[in-house]
Design a protein around this ligand. Structure first.
Ligand SMILES: Cc1cc2nc3c(=O)[nH]c(=O)nc-3n(C[C@H](O)[C@H](O)[C@H](O)COP(=O)(O)OP(=O)(O)OC[C@H]3O[C@@H](n4cnc5c(N)ncnc54)[C@H](O)[C@@H]3O)c2cc1C
Length: 313
């Protein structure tokens, strides 16, 4: 091992835990190729594959006809935030999760929906910040319904594990002589269809529950009802969650670590963190990461002589 200040050292231990994050775990495993040319743990060619993120998209403005006070029970985190020097009200950060039975019935991936940053309907900035809100405002007023506020809709979505979405090494080396990594992040057509079907479902519910209207607008993409073969290449952002590049599997043919987070093909190497997720869910990976770390600590205490888990508190 080396550090940037020029130190180098070796470490010996009864067991090792590699917990360097969803990008650096595959980088270190792939770069450790002096004895195993494909890299450590890569017998089934899964190291670095199935890279997943939480696809993060603005899905368009919602024009709400309900007053803020009626929605307060659904707003878990009332607070004000600084947005580019301006104090904006985040208090409409209502988080919705679809029921598991519904997702299963409609074959939707997991998704977290938030309504956030509401403007009053007559705020002068509204039509420039959420230009596509105008249609909903005009429509509701033509019906004789008065809008109360206009938040924007945001989705954080699961994507399917796809072996073609992957981290690999380049020929370039960093200052420590380690190969640099490159990421080929892929989002499948089915991932995008699931996002659109979810947005459509939420939009329909906003109308049916009498909350108002949701104008779907994903970076200018407004076709909420595409055919299966249509081009649905709308822009997306990331959720800063790097998942799946050393996936857990029951069989060594289908992943990198076993259910104890141990690398299938190495007796004393374990992996911690979101690299081991076989599927990604839609949000908050850290709770699962911590749960897995606690379970791994208990396992190591049981199988590695001389280790123990400190009592809580
Ligand atoms: C801005 C932001 C907001 C987020 N918000 C949330 C949230 O609200 N809820 C949530 O659940 N998750 C959130 N996340 C995601 C969450 O932080 C990550 O999913 C989680 O930290 C991943 O844990 P990990 O242990 O896999 O990796 P990391 O937390 O990335 O830990 C890896 C560690 O390894 C170190 N490391 C890497 N390479 C080496 C090396 N070669 N040698 C030595 N050390 C190395 C790194 O410095 C780092 O300390 C957020 C992430 C970001 C960036």
């Amino acid at each position: 091992m080396k550090t940037l200040s020029g130190n180098s050292f070796t470490a010996t231990a009864a067991a090792f835990v590699l917990a360097t994050g969803g990008l650096e775990v595959p980088r270190l495993l792939l770069a450790s190729n002096d004895r195993r040319p494909a890299g450590i743990g890569n017998e089934s060619d899964f190291v670095g594959r199935c890279f997943m993120e939480h696809v993060n998209i603005g899905a368009g403005p919602a024009v709400f006809t309900r007053d803020r006070s009626e929605l307060e029970p659904y707003m878990p985190t009332p607070r004000t935030v600084d947005m580019d020097g301006e104090q904006r009200d985040l208090s409409l950060q209502a988080v919705l999760l679809l029921a598991p039975e519904l997702m299963q019935k409609r074959e939707l991936r997991s998704c977290e929906v938030t309504f956030e940053f509401p403007f009053p309907p007559d705020d002068a900035r509204l039509r420039s910040v959420y230009p596509s809100a105008a249609h909903g405002l005009d429509l509701l007023r033509a019906e004789g319904t008065e809008p109360h506020m206009v938040p924007t809709t945001r989705l954080l979505c699961e994507q399917e594990p796809n072996p073609a979405s992957r981290v690999t090494l380049t020929g370039k080396k960093d200052a420590l002589g380690m190969p640099e990594l490159q990421l080929d992040w892929r989002i499948t057509h089915d991932d995008r269809m699931s996002i659109l079907r979810t947005v459509r479902f939420v939009a329909k519910q906003v109308g049916q529950q009498g909350l108002g209207r949701l104008q779907i607008d994903i970076g200018g993409f407004r076709n909420a009802d595409p055919g299966r073969d249509d081009d649905i290449d709308f822009p997306v952002n990331t959720g800063s969650h790097h998942l799946g590049t050393a996936r857990m599997s029951a069989s060594p043919q289908q992943g990198v670590v076993d259910t104890d987070c141990k690398v299938h093909s190495v007796a004393n190497l374990y992996i911690g963190g979101s690299a081991v997720f076989p599927t990604s869910g839609a949000n908050t990976p850290t709770l699962t990461i911590v749960a897995l770390a606690l379970r791994l600590a208990e396992h190591l205490a049981a199988v590695v002589p001389g280790t123990a888990v400190a009592p809580a508190g």
